[in-house]
Design a protein around this ligand. Structure first.
Ligand code: F6P
Length: 319
């Protein structure tokens, strides 16, 4: 009997539940036993796991968060922790594992392969910061959440003729800010991957006002710096009334979009297929619109980049 473990790790992302569901159902469909491991690697070290049934993952496809809970495990960063995690899997007779999470979590999966565990990574993070993967699970939902909020901010910004700085998440990556900025029609999109002279931002704001624009929105990626400070600087430089909204963890929650549900179902199913074929050390995901399984080492040794064409487009559309 094949035994597959599944866990979610790191920051949660909408669509993780759909991915868990796909792993459990696809595994059982092919005659395997599937074990849900609770609280990520922390739970794995503690041996907190349970055999899943088809019904264990009913009524979750539309829910945000993760029914398996998640954690950022300090213990798993150590060799001792990793050994203990592998020992727990061995105890349950599990030699195959699906890890659903961001780059750090999938790096953990790679570490476990050195203990003879076959692992596949399913990329899920709102940051969309994994090299060689078009979109991570959760990014689309977070983007839609951000846009809904920015559209509302725009209403009040117009009424008061104010400038708004909206800080979005993304850790060191600017994808969320870039795409939200394009979709919400922001004047300026400030991301860590691109240097934007402050004087340019100020100049754009002034030109927009001179043209009669009633509001201005600046999209700031958290990786660039503190939104509150940035807002103060903008107000000082322009003397326009400026407010700051930090969207924060709202971006991590909520019901996953259709796109994230389908992506999560596809990638969860693919991960199981690969494990049952004896494959390991791979990340599943779309690259240039094609479903791929690429070596974890190859992808995680490179830094994710932004789509230059999209950045150029944003420059042409927002001034
Ligand atoms: O990686 C997802 C993410 O939401 C980042 O965008 C953010 O920087 C970080 O996690 C926040 O982490 P925490 O929830 O631990 O505060």
């Amino acid at each position: 009997m094949e035994k597959i473990g599944v866990l979610t790790s790191g920051g949660d992302a909408p669509g993780m539940n759909a991915a868990i569901r796909a792993v459990v159902r696809k595994g059982i469909f092919h005659g395997a036993e599937v074990y849900g491991i609770y609280y990520g690697y922390e739970g794995l070290i503690n041996g907190t796991m349970k055999k899943m049934e088809v019904g264990s993952v009913g009524d979750i496809i539309h829910r945000g968060g993760t029914i398996l809970y998640t954690a950022r495990s300090e213990r798993f960063r150590t060799e001792k922790g990793q050994k203990e995690a592998a020992r727990q899997l061995e105890k349950y007779g599990i030699d195959k594992l699906v890890v659903i999470g961001g780059d750090g979590s999938i790096r953990g999966a790679q570490a476990l392969t050195t203990y003879g565990i076959k692992c596949i990574g399913v990329p899920a993070t709102i940051d969309n910061d994994i090299y060689g993967i078009d979109y991570t699970i959760g990014f689309d939902t977070a983007l839609n959440t951000a846009i809904e909020a920015i559209d509302k901010i725009r209403d009040t910004a117009t009424s008061h003729e104010r400038t708004y700085v909206v800080e979005v998440m993304g850790r060191d990556a600017g994808d969320l800010a870039l795409y939200a900025g394009i979709a919400a029609g922001a004047e300026s999109i400030i991301i860590p991957e691109k240097e934007e002279p402050f004087s340019n931002v100020v100049e754009r704001l002034k030109k927009a006002r001179a043209r009669g624009k009633k509001h201005s929105i600046i999209l700031l990626a958290e990786g660039v710096g503190d939104g509150i400070e940035y807002g103060k600087k903008i107000q000082e430089a322009t003397s326009y009334e400026t407010r700051v909204t930090v969207l924060g963890h709202i971006q991590r929650g909520g019901s996953p979009s259709a796109r994230d549900r389908v992506l999560a179902s596809t990638l969860g199913g693919k991960a199981v297929e690969l494990l049952l074929q004896g494959k390991s050390g791979l990340i599943v995901g779309y690259r240039n619109n094609e479903l791929t399984a690429q070596p974890i080492d190859d992808l995680l040794s490179k830094k994710s980049t932004i789509d230059e064409k999209m950045y150029e487009l944003s420059k042409a559309l927002s001034y």
